[in-house]
Design a protein around this ligand. Sequence first.
Ligand SMILES: *Cc1c(COP(=O)(O)O)cnc(C)c1O
Length: 391
Amino acid sequence: MSTRSIPYGRQNITEADIAAVTEALKADYLTTGPRVDEFEEKFAAYIGAKYAVAVANGTAALHLCALALDVDEHSRVITTPITFAASANCVRYCGGEVWFADIDPETLTLDLEKVRELIESHPKGFFTGIVPVDFAGYPVDLEAFRALADAHGLWLIEDACHAPGGWFTDSKGIQQWCGNGAYADLAIFSFHPVKHIASGEGGMITTNDAALYERLKVLRTHGITRDRGNLRYPNHGGWYMEMQQLGYNYRIPDILCALGISQLSRAEEGMQRRQEIARRYDEAFSGGDAGAIRFHGVPATSIRHAFHLYVIEVPDRRGLYDHLREHGIYAQVHYIPVHTMPYYRDIGYEDADLHRSEDYYAGALSLPMYPTLTDEEQDFVIARVKEYAGG
Ligand SMILES: *Cc1c(COP(=O)(O)O)cnc(C)c1O
């Protein structure tokens, strides 16, 4: 029995991060200040999007996207069951209906053909939007989803929480970074500690659409505008502002943006390390002693998988999970399919035919994957996995 404890993911806080936060604490703003704009500009530049809006967390980002796209009780939105519940919940917050389509068992992301079948088996205008998720860091082919969405008048929100720094290659040979706004209307990210870039709580929306960008900024802070050019009634004076629509307080504090900016400056370094860790796992599970351990290899040149997660599938997942815990390895399961959650069962998903997602869930386990995982720790994880599940 080992005394070490190895989680599936964790943040990496450096002295530079601490110095950046300390500096922000000593400055004039605790909440909205100059670091919010700086974080937005630098994040947009990293991803390659025109605009970015920093918010309180990834879930708030999703909610604001749904509001900005006018999701309401007449909306029907398609997403994947293999995601964090927030990808679906944002539609429910606005009173819309969620429809789940099954995954592609190779990429583990929303299957384009399943989505097409779903859309084509319903009347024109039945669906309003699609929320593809770059699950585990696998970049969804958004060019293909855009073509499908355009053919049916749907919008696209890319849930890119797992994939800052990932990209796919489009039909013109261009590397399209996850969340860059080239194909999706809006994309969202989270800065929760297990994600690539940590700010504690935090989120970001990216887009290339100027009108959506303006709308999101107003919705982020109560629906209030001070923009003199956009007032609906006469200006009463310097204090005057208008609450023109029902917004929220989804702002992110300057202190957290200081941490986000500092972390962002190391994003590429972290991404390189994630690629190395994935390669070492792939190699270990390609050998003759790997038994029934299944991993998901990725095309090496046409995409860059962002490896938020490294997922394997095994026949006895529960046994392996418990075995690893006995050795201080806290593997995790991503995800219990969203449509099987009691809340979604209660509103009618009991009998949804989503067997690929359910089959994947039955064997899925996410192994430790984070930049500060050492080779020695990874070898320990691999050995414990193989002694239980190899053969
Ligand atoms: C983390 C995550 C979210 C939510 O982000 P929070 O910042 O925790 O609210 C949404 N979708 C996916 C896929 C995530 O991984």
